[in-house]
Design a protein around this ligand. Structure first.
Ligand code: SF4
Length: 309
């Protein structure tokens, strides 16, 4: 593999991590760099393995997103899509993930084998709790299949579908921004962007994420903000509907300001902003909110918890 440069980029999840704990951000974005190589130094490799762990809620979301992606891609290719078959697919996938994680196979290859935070940190999670995660995931998929939106998709000319879970990047005032749109299509002279949600209430703070999507859409398709419609689709309850998230010029400006300030805050901790080289680790502050530590992938390498010898 050729030399890979650690290029500075911004995403909403990167911002969240930076706000939660700068030290966690340092482990994730810098200390783990190069750890995909099994022969990397043990500290780097460990940081990389830990970086890829998912907690059970993130796992639920990822599993549902993945199967919906398959559903839409099959639909687009005019292949039959049956709920029962997709539910089995979801179950098989989650079973396999769970088994591999329990056996800690993620240490061999963290990209191919899912690692669950709860297994790595030996959290006392009951079988019922794991079953509930699977049940909630299945319900999200059922709610998607039973939604009016899903029925509506069958009437679409599939050529109007623009994006299904593609990771895209664009330039925002000199910084690389990553976005992953769940689904986007052309409809009635608008571009519609959809974001699936699998938790109870994830509508707060959506303006920044949706704002980043809007900037991307305007950049990618050369359209005006008034040509974009954004939807949050919470799949956790029966009768789920896609709710429009208003994206006004004022909201867009709020999102852009947020992104600008977030990027500037991160760049303050760079020794060399051009080459994305961070200041020494000690400059990245530990969080004051130790609640984040209870769910932190890097807990075991965080110096704050090293006992004095
Ligand atoms: S354990 Fe706590 S202080 Fe340490 S990196 Fe994680 S969140 Fe930050």
């Amino acid at each position: 593999m050729g030399y890979l440069e650690n290029v500075f980029s911004w995403s909403k999840s990167r911002d969240e991590q930076f706000r939660d704990c700068q030290r966690k951000y340092f482990y994730d974005k810098y200390a783990s760099w190069g750890g995909w190589d099994k022969t990397a130094e043990p500290d780097i490799r460990l940081a990389y393995v830990l970086k890829n762990l998912k907690n059970r809620w993130a796992w639920k979301g990822e599993s549902v997103h993945h199967v919906i992606e398959e559903v839409l891609k099959s639909y687009r290719a005019n292949q039959p899509v049956l709920l029962e078959e997709k539910l089995s697919r979801l179950t098989d996938r989650m079973r396999s993930d769970y088994r591999n994680s329990k056996a800690k196979k993620y240490f061999e290859d963290p990209k191919r084998n899912l690692g669950l935070f709860e297994h790595e940190y030996e959290k006392p999670i009951t079988d019922d709790t794991w079953k509930k995660i699977h049940e909630e995931s299945s319900n999200c998929l059922k709610n998607f299949f039973n939604s009016e939106f899903f029925k509506e998709l069958s009437a679409d000319d599939k050529k109007s579908w623009l994006v299904i879970e593609d990771l895209e990047e664009f330039d925002f005032e000199g910084a690389k921004i990553y976005v992953k749109l769940d689904f986007a299509r052309k409809k009635d002279n608008f571009i519609e962007i959809y974001d699936w949600k699998t938790g109870k209430d994830e509508s707060t703070d959506a303006t920044v994420q949706m704002g980043a999507y809007a900037v991307y859409a305007m950049h990618k398709w050369g359209i005006k903000l008034s040509d974009v419609r954004m939807y949050l689709f919470n799949l956790s309850s029966p009768g789920a509907v896609a709710k429009e998230h208003p994206m006004t010029e004022a909201n867009l400006e709020t999102a852009k300001k947020f992104m600008r300030e977030s990027i500037a805050g991160m760049k303050k901790l760079l020794l060399d902003a051009k080459r994305n080289i961070p200041l020494p680790r000690a400059n990245f502050k530990y969080t004051d909110n130790t609640r984040f530590c209870d769910f932190c992938n890097f807990y075991k390498i965080c110096e704050k918890y090293q006992k004095p010898s």
